[in-house]
Design a protein around this ligand. Structure first.
Ligand SMILES: [Zn+2]
Ligand SMILES: [Zn+2]
Length: 403
């Protein structure tokens, strides 16, 4: 991509700096300030504090389409174990999902587009979104008037780094990332001495029975042609062998791709939780609370075709694949669905191609290639950075008018 060589060293330095200074969701103050400072320097009108810690950078460059380019900027509560020289300097916080790479690539693209403004016409909206990891940042920016204040875009483009060979791009039309719902359930029993079960309503048994019954939702209630995942990731009750506790807590994570399947699973969860509590003789109704919710990410078919044609023309059509739908989740979908704007969100590889090839040949991908959220997740700076900047810039130019 023209102009990239000249800024590459600066971007690689920025990436390492962001990686060393990760910030949790809605606490991305340093990252947001750096994104704002750079975008202003590149010639963008910058607004900070959109959706708490979000940043919007606008470049009006004549008549034409408005293209929204989105990067998420937050990190995770993970203790880094990569041993890299640019590893996290913040105890217990790590860019384990690569959002530092997304932020760097977006800044690189904003710089290249500003420098090439004689070649295109339209408006670029650079959106640095906070709090993706807790599923609240996109909603916060939209609720803070993102589209009312800065204009509704004609397309939303964005990208996520993943554990496949750097240099490759993956995009799937239609439902591409699962919807996710995280629930917290509290079951109420009646505590007693462990020697006197007759004086108790045992929430441990109630919880055990509930977990087993929840695992019949996917196998017995969802058609074989549909996809759903129900995971009980936490089951907490009690303190000691001879005390029957008062209550038990379950934490559930549910993944689905279609609204009707999601409604069916959520209704079944509620029915089973309440039903098992009633059968056990619970002293009061269980609490069922939604902790996080990510809608399904639906990629517009036309937008994927147009965007990937533009990307493939620059990086090579053989570098662009369709990886199918993934069970991960992303709140970028809201920028599309909220205002019926077509969305194209793709994956780009972050694994060292040689290491990936060797692990693939040895059948040890799961062991040797760390995935997102692992304390060992660390994209190789190149060709990940070059590919990410090139793909995002080519995608934007594929939607902006040529001059
Ligand atoms: Zn993540
Ligand atoms: Zn992520």
């Amino acid at each position: 991509m023209r102009g990239l060589d000249a800024i590459h060293a600066d971007l690689a330095g920025l990436y390492r700096d962001l990686h060393a200074h990760p910030e949790l969701s809605f606490a991305e103050h340093r990252t947001a300030a750096e994104a704002a400072r750079r975008a202003r320097e590149y010639g963008y009108e910058v607004t900070t504090g959109v959706g708490r810690t979000g940043v919007v950078a606008v470049l009006h460059n004549g008549p034409g389409p408005t293209v929204l380019l989105r990067a998420d900027i937050d990190a995770l509560p993970v203790t880094e174990r990569t041993g890299l020289a640019h590893a996290s300097t913040v105890e217990g916080v790590m860019h384990a999902c690569g959002h530092d790479m997304h932020t760097t690539c977006l800044l690189g693209t904003l710089k290249l587009l500003a420098d090439a403004r004689a070649l295109w016409s339209g408006t670029v909206l650079g959106v640095f979104q906070p709090a993706e990891e807790i599923g609240r940042g996109a909603r916060a920016m939209l609720d803070d008037g993102l589209y009312e204040r800065f204009g509704t875009p004609d397309v939303v483009l964005g990208q996520h780094v993943g554990p496949f060979p750097a240099g490759m791009i993956g995009a799937h039309p239609g439902p591409a990332f699962a919807g996710a719902d995280s629930l917290r359930v509290v079951l109420y029993g009646k505590g007693a001495h462990g020697s006197r079960p007759e004086a108790s309503v045992d929430p441990v048994v109630m919880a055990a029975s509930t977990v087993l019954r929840l695992q019949t939702i996917v196998s017995r209630e969802i058609p074989g042609s549909e996809t759903a995942v129900v995971t009980v990731g936490a089951l907490n009750a009690g303190t000691k062998d001879n005390i029957i506790p008062d209550e038990a807590e379950l934490k559930l994570n549910i993944r689905t791709y279609k609204p009707d399947v999601r409604d069916k699973v959520l209704a079944a969860v509620e029915r089973i939780v309440r039903g098992e509590a009633a059968v056990a003789g619970a002293v009061r109704e269980p609490d069922i609370e939604t902790v996080d919710t990510f809608p399904v990410l639906v990629n517009d078919e036309g937008a994927v075709a147009r965007t990937m044609a533009a990307v493939g023309a620059v990086i090579g059509a053989d570098k662009v694949l369709d990886p199918g739908a993934v069970t991960g989740s992303e709140d970028v979908g809201l920028f599309g669905t909220d205002a019926q704007v077509p969305l194209c969100y793709w994956l780009f590889g972050g694994a060292d191609p040689a290491a990936y090839g060797a692990a693939f040949a040895a059948g040890t991908l799961d062991k040797d290639i760390p995935s997102n959220h692992s304390p060992f997740f660390a994209p190789v700076v190149d060709p990940t950075l070059t590919t990410g900047v090139t793909a995002l810039t080519a995608a934007a130019l594929g939607w902006l008018d040529a001059r």
